[in-house]
Design a protein around this ligand. Structure first.
Ligand SMILES: Cc1ncc(COP(=O)(O)O)c(C=O)c1O
Length: 373
């Protein structure tokens, strides 16, 4: 029996999600853009899902655009904010963000469309709000901030960012991919990203939610689906799974909050292991963190090596974001927080609402076995 403690990479789909997907795949397989009855059946599934995603995000269904996932939603939000010509406007963000934000920011700068203002980052993995105030003085076009850090679980001060940006008349994008269903994501953003596979739904679909009337510019050229903002045929089966996951996520934050004691137990027991090369410490520990994530820095270890050894012991954890797994690059998040010496030493343990005390015990035993060698 393996212990899966990599819920920030992706979550196991719920049985209700799989049932809805199976049902929609067999019944609503037609092209949702077709005007005939078969197409309309697929369209109905998609619109039902859109309503559920809108309810989760607290916006109108007309203000939800389906995408292929969180990455595309972030690309769409950032590129839409810098689509016009003229002098490049400032984009305020930080090195704590997911690559689907930081890499787009870098690309916009290369393309001469934006000047990126990287916010200062505190050693406990949060953005510096005083530095945000300084950045806002330059009247940027957009501030983009994540709800929950994908590597450390540190919560961004999203409500404060929105309040300060609003007061300065600046738009805000929130990458809330790791937040929905786990914490109460603050309202008031201009755009926000959703990825159902992080909340027990399917991969291959996501959404960008906007406040009423926000203007988006397509990233892809093609047909007129999603009001021309996101061309391409949407799969009703994926949408059905997304809809169910969104409905469940809308009332699951309390269940995730209850994971705190289990995460704390894992952390306590791992920190108590006296590894020959030194004790672990928790990245981002003094900051406010989501209840299900722990990123431990192991002196003398390369995180990726520890992850590989734990895998052989039947435990799935990760070092850094899943999208950079297999690379030898240090984590950009840990680099920004802690510097080069510790940036490759992190091992992320992330649990979910199906994680058991037995999973935790198995993981701790595996860490002890590996670290004791
Ligand atoms: C904070 C954050 N944003 C965006 C993404 C990208 O989402 P997706 O994998 O759906 O493209 C991820 C995925 O790891 C994430 O953790």
């Amino acid at each position: 029996m393996r212990a899966y403690l990599d819920w920030n990479a992706t979550t196991p789909p719920l049985a209700e999600v799989l049932d809805a997907m199976r049902e929609a795949a067999g019944r609503a397989w037609a092209n949702p853009s077709s005007v005939h009855a078969d197409g309309r059946a697929a369209r109905a599934v998609i619109e039902d899902a859109r309503a559920s995603v809108a309810a989760l995000a607290g916006t109108d269904p007309r203000d939800v655009v389906f995408t292929s996932g969180g990455t595309e939603a972030n690309n769409l939000a950032l590129r839409s904010a810098f689509s016009t010509g003229g002098a490049p406007a400032a984009l305020v963000t930080s090195r704590l963000e997911h690559p689907s934000v930081t890499r787009v920011a870098e690309a916009l700068e290369r393309e001469g469309r934006a000047r990126v203002r990287w916010l200062e980052v505190t050693p406990d993995g949060a953005i510096d709000l005083d530095d945000l105030d300084r950045a806002l003085e330059a009247a940027p076009a957009l501030v983009t901030v994540q709800a929950v850090n994908h590597e450390t679980g540190v919560l961004s001060p999203v409500a404060e960012v929105i309040a300060r940006a609003r007061a300065a008349g600046v738009r805000v994008h929130v990458d809330a991919v790791q937040g929905w269903g786990k914490i109460d994501v603050p309202a008031g953003w201009d755009t926000a990203s959703v990825a159902p596979h992080k909340m027990r739904g399917p991969k291959g679909i996501g959404a960008l939610a906007t406040r009423a009337g926000a203007r988006l510019e397509p990233v892809l050229a093609g047909g007129s689906q999603e009001k021309g903002i996101r061309p391409g045929t949407i799969d009703a089966a994926l949408a059905a799974g997304f809809g169910v996951a969104a409905r469940i996520a809308a009332r699951s934050a309390a269940r995730w909050a209850a994971l705190g004691p289990l995460r704390d137990r894992i952390e306590r027991e791992l920190l108590a292991i006296d590894a020959p090369r030194g004790r672990a410490r928790v990245a981002g520990a003094p900051a406010r963190r989501a209840p299900h994530v722990s990123n431990l820095i192991w002196p003398g270890w390369i995180g990726a090596e520890l992850v590989a050894a734990l895998d052989l012991e039947g435990v799935s954890v990760s070092s850094g974001a899943a999208c950079s797994a297999g690379t030898v690059e240090p984590s950009p998040v840990l680099l920004a927080m802690l510097g080069a010496a510790d940036a490759a030493r992190g091992v992320r343990v992330s649990i979910g609402d199906a994680t058991t005390e037995d999973d935790a015990s198995r993981a701790v035993r595996a860490f002890r076995a590996v670290l004791g060698r």
